[in-house]
Design a protein around this ligand. Structure first.
Ligand SMILES: [Fe+2]
Length: 371
């Protein structure tokens, strides 16, 4: 062991809880802190240095300790032993949890230090490593920019059937939203401060990525998603998603839609609620919808502003809006992409309602407040 060496035990990666509210599954509750996006594993780094005149004895003991760690199976997912030179060793051990690390500190590590007593340098007290640190494994979390890069290269196609829904959902859930990334997209319309707003973060031929801001008590209309996929993740606060079965559409409406796909008006069957999901940063954070799954309404039942990130792919050019009296009409999505404000000099983003991006306040909102 004269050169730097690393060896690992067979990796045993704990399964991660799904965070997306797929209709067929019930995701486990899990708070979204940065580390909760990872596996929950804890890495422990432990370094020892031999006294100059005890190097041989130190090496003898260290070989035994390394052998002991390599053969540990319970509660350990990975072991690396770095041996820069005779007289120095660094153990890097990955535990399945903080509790497993605590058991190691009270058991095997104490035993190691007993064996190394009198052989190692110390910083004052005896039987202590020259360096020790432990912490939760940092996850491969996205920034908003890296998430957008992923979406731009991955989400393509003419309709929702082209998408790998679970893969995209997992990547979206890897975004750890920081206010410094998304605050500039938060807008409340001063003329309609109780209505939700849609603020374009990124748009291309394959998708629109939109930050939606939900003032307390507001709700969207009940709507479908045409041929698009719709991924949603909560950025801050809590919203409820009320999922409905796609209702039967009246024959006259279907005929009207064939003649004029952009302006059809008609009747639909009774709306049936199939699920109500609470989406928040401390539990289930995301959902996904397309017309094969059903239609939905998003509500802010809380007293605080909520923000959600939506990915519509391809961009939603039109949608059907339903009401509980059995009416349905086609609505065209409106984008302030032509002639809108660039957000340049003199633009106050807190009051500007002309910024480029979707800002179609009236039609997308349901006029009444959440009961
Ligand atoms: Fe939607």
């Amino acid at each position: 062991m004269n050169n730097s060496t690393t060896t690992s035990s067979p990796a045993r990666t704990p399964s991660k809880n799904a965070m997306v509210n797929f209709p067929s599954s019930r995701p486990a509750k899990k708070a979204r802190h940065l580390c909760s996006l990872g596996t929950g594993e804890v890495i422990h780094v432990l370094a020892y240095t031999a006294l100059k005149d005890r190097v041989d004895d130190f090496e003898f003991v260290v070989q035994g300790l390394a052998r002991c760690l390599y053969t540990m199976e319970s509660a350990v997912t990975d072991v690396r032993v770095c041996h820069p030179c005779c007289g120095e060793v660094v153990f890097i051990v990955t535990f399945v949890s903080k509790a497993a690390l605590s058991r190691f500190l009270l058991g095997p590590q104490r035993d190691f230090e007993t064996q190394l007593e009198g052989l190692i340098t110390t910083s004052g007290a005896t039987k202590k490593p020259s360096f020790q640190a432990s912490g939760t494994m940092m996850p491969a979390a996205h920034t908003l920019d890296s998430l957008l890069d992923f979406l731009k290269t991955t989400v393509k196609g003419d309709d929702h059937t082209a998408h790998d829904v679970r893969t995209v959902s997992k990547e979206i859930e890897r975004w750890f939203p920081r206010p410094s990334e998304y605050e500039k997209y938060i807008t409340i319309d001063p003329a309609n401060p109780n209505k939700y707003t849609r603020n374009l973060i990124h748009g291309d031929e394959n998708m629109d990525v939109i930050l939606m801001c939900w003032p307390a008590g507001c709700q969207s209309s009940i709507h479908d998603h045409d041929s698009s996929s719709c991924w949603v993740t909560v950025v801050e606060g809590t919203v409820h998603e009320v999922q409905f079965q796609l209702p039967r559409l009246d024959k006259k409406f279907l005929e009207a839609e064939q003649k004029d796909p952009a302006n059809a008006v008609g009747q639909c069957g009774r709306l049936k609620i199939v699920n109500i999901a609470s989406l928040n940063t401390g539990g289930v954070t995301g959902t996904y919808a397309n017309n094969d799954i059903g239609i939905h309404r998003v509500e802010n039942r809380s007293e605080k502003l909520a923000c959600t990130l939506h990915v519509y792919a391809p961009p939603l050019k039109k949608m059907k809006i339903f009401d509980e009296d059995g009416n349905v009409h086609v609505h065209l999505a409106t984008k302030n992409s032509e002639g809108g404000c660039d957000g340049g000099d003199g633009c106050d983003p807190n009051v500007c309602v002309l910024r480029k991006g979707i800002f179609d306040v009236d039609a997308w909102n349901q006029p009444n407040r959440v009961k």
